[in-house]
Design a binder for this molecule. Structure first.
Ligand code: TPP
Length: 628
């Protein structure tokens, strides 16, 4: 029996000798490599926090003490130490353990995440609740240097420092976001890490300052000034100190004894404390240490090499988007691209290489990214902001208030629109249609395949005003890509098949499912029309009116929430036009969507040929066909 199997809850850790912890850390790393190589997941971030997580659970008494994780992608070690070893092999699988903290999964997961930079806010909330209720536990937020680039983290630091409540922020600094970290704070942290004076203790400094000759009443003021300027030179973490935190660190996050010692020190201090821990992303597994970016989040891979065994497949929508943008940018020097810490995920690496001065990685700062784009647009450029659907939720007011209300020429590329698979509900992009289609002047489109995506991007860049373009995580349909790009008239849908009995209306890649279903329906004697809606805003009212009156039956299908989605837009349209007697069957998601492989989720939620056939059944199409 290994050591890890003996850990059922964090208190089991406290009996373990420091010397044995090394073996335990190795077992934890091996378990994570074994499982992630099969299931996929966030490997490098978790390998980097093994000692830190052990130290946290040995120093604090979870769940009585609250440990709030930022992003939550680095909680595998935490899961293994809090009674979930047996289920760990199901992580990220359908009905399995979540890859992120889940309140329903364990009392030790006190706050759910997936989106970045929330931990300090939530921790201040826990701390204030404790104060109001006169309780006495510790509250710890664990945040990465990447997550520290998000605006919420600063809002929360500002609040915490001012409130003087007892809270500990552990800054896990590995110099990486998903890619190399960016921004002035990152530069500052780097300075703290590399400054030879960094371990100069503040207490020592105070002691030294007191011995500066000439401190008497007459020169006290001057000395205070000198003290301040010296402090700036010598005290590490001054920014945090100025914000009202006691700064401890930076310390080596893989030195188990040291991390425990400093956390213990933090535990016994009053007020907000920031512990700066320096870790190595991917620690203990060579392929991950050498390539933390590639092993940040990874599909199943060969554990011997760390390499994903890739099957040849059509390019992803993301890749086609990135290539097309590069192609267009070559001929138009006004095109610029913006990412919020996901240059590779959004397919912008090539753009960054080819046009370094026209590429902006703003860090995990979606709100800033969008408003920054509005500024760029009014400054005379053509910005394309590429953000995942789920993270656009962060920037809703910026889209509405800063881009749309003042009609900025900004292209909002909505990547990972629709379900994304194993990352689950925090990451599915199933609300963007609902929130964006109601913005009156925001053109919202979705291509049926990767070739249409190219033409849509071209259309969007030629359009004067805000445009949003949604496309999924998956590989494309494998269609031929046209060299010459043409504009798709705004608000024009495409009829892919005429039909008299029912109209199948698809958006995005669901159009392909409509085409397959139409074939199946025709075998059963039903003549279905198929419409590639293309534009969710504005709708092609003329075409929809025609088919509403002709077929009197609509089936809408979207990889999106039903509430407020494309189908709802069609219902509103029928009501607005006063077209009576049309029955509409809407296919989409009824609420939050669970984790699981994308095809599985489509099947479970009826976004399939079978789902359309069942909808046809509900519309009594077969009885009618049999009778006629
Ligand atoms: C709002 C938001 N934007 C983007 C992401 C995607 N994302 C997940 S982890 C990550 C990097 C986080 O870096 P850091 O906090 O330093 O943690 P590390 O992985 O380096 O341990 C990013 C950009 C996210 N989860 N949330």
């Amino acid at each position: 029996m290994g050591l890890l199997e003996r850990i059922h809850e964090p208190k089991d850790l406290r009996g373990i000798e420091l010397s044995e912890l090394k073996t335990l850390a190795q077992e934890i790393r091996q378990e994570m490599i074994d499982v992630v190589s099969k299931n996929g997941g966030h490997l490098a971030p978790n390998l980097g926090v093994v000692e830190l997580t052990l130290a946290l659970h040995r120093t604090f008494n979870s769940p009585h003490d609250k440990i709030v994780w930022d992003v939550g992608h680095q909680t595998y070690v935490h899961k293994l130490l809090t009674g979930r070893l047996t289920e760990f092999k199901t992580i990220r699988q359908y009905k399995g353990l979540s890859g992120f903290p889940k309140r329903g999964e364990s009392a030790h997961d006190c706050f759910e995440t997936g989106h970045s930079s929330t931990s300090i806010s939530a921790a201040v909330g826990f701390a204030k609740a404790r104060d109001v209720l006169r309780e006495s536990h510790h509250v710890v937020a664990v945040i990465g240097d990447g997550a520290m680039t998000g605006g919420m983290a600063y809002e929360a630091l500002n609040h915490a420092g001012h409130s003087e409540t007892n809270i500990i922020v552990v800054l896990n600094d590995n110099e990486m976001s998903i890619s190399a970290n960016v921004g002035a704070m990152s530069t500052y942290l780097n300075r703290l890490r590399t400054d030879p004076l960094y371990d100069k203790r503040k207490e020592d400094l105070e002691y030294l300052l007191k011995r500066i000759p000439g401190i008497g009443t007459k020169v006290a003021k001057l000395a205070a000034k000198a003290k301040d300027s010296l402090k700036y030179l010598l005290v590490p973490g001054l920014i945090f100190e100025e914000l009202g935190f006691t700064y401890l660190g930076p310390i080596d996050g893989h030195d188990q004894a040291l991390v425990e010692q400093v956390l213990d020190q933090a535990k016994n201090k009053k007020g907000p404390v920031l512990v700066h821990v320096v870790t190595c992303k991917g620690k203990g597994y060579k392929p991950a240490e050498e390539n933390p970016h590639l092993l940040h989040g990874i599909g199943p891979f060969d554990p011997a090499t760390g390499k994903v065994t890739k099957k040849s497949a059509p390019p992803t929508y993301t890749a086609v988007f990135g290539n097309t943008l590069c192609q267009l940018a070559k001929g138009d020097s006004e095109i610029v691209a913006i990412t919020a810490a996901m240059p590779s995920g959004t397919g912008l690496n090539e753009f960054a290489r080819e046009f370094p001065t026209r590429f902006f990685d703003v860090g995990i700062a979606e709100q800033h990214a969008v408003t920054f784009a509005a500024g760029l647009a009014f400054g005379g450029l053509k910005p394309v902001v590429a953000i995942y659907s789920t993270f656009y939720q962060r920037a809703y007011d910026q889209v509405l208030h800063d881009v749309c209300l003042q009609e900025a020429n900004v292209v909002l590329a909505i990547d990972r629109a629709g379900v994304v698979g194993d990352d689950g509900p925090t990451h599915h992009g199933v609300f963007d249609i609902s929130i964006f289609r109601i913005i009156p002047n925001l053109i919202l489109m979705a291509p049926k395949d990767e070739n249409e995506l190219r033409h849509m991007l071209y259309t969007a860049l030629n359009y004067k005003g805000p445009v949003a373009l949604r496309y999924p995580r998956s590989v494309g349909q494998g269609v031929i890509l046209d060299d010459k790009l043409t504009e798709i008239p705004i608000g024009k849908a495409e009829v892919l098949k005429e039909g008299r009995d029912v109209t199948l209306i698809g958006v995005g890649p669901m159009v392909q499912t409509c085409l397959l279903a139409a074939q199946e329906l025709s075998h059963r004697g039903v003549d279905a029309a198929v419409i590639n809606l293309r534009y969710i805003n504005p709708l092609d009212r003329k075409l929809l009116s025609h088919y509403a009156k002709l077929t009197k039956k609509f089936i809408t299908i979207e990889d999106h929430s039903l509430k407020g989605g494309m189908g709802t837009a069609i219902l509103e349209f029928l009501e607005e036009e006063g077209i009576d007697g049309v029955t509409v069957e809407r296919l989409g998601y009824p609420g939050f969507v669970e984790q699981g492989p994308i095809p599985k989720l489509f099947t479970v939620h009826g976004l399939s040929v079978k789902g359309i056939m069942q909808a046809a059944e509900r519309l009594r199409l077969f009885r009618r066909a049999a009778q006629s």
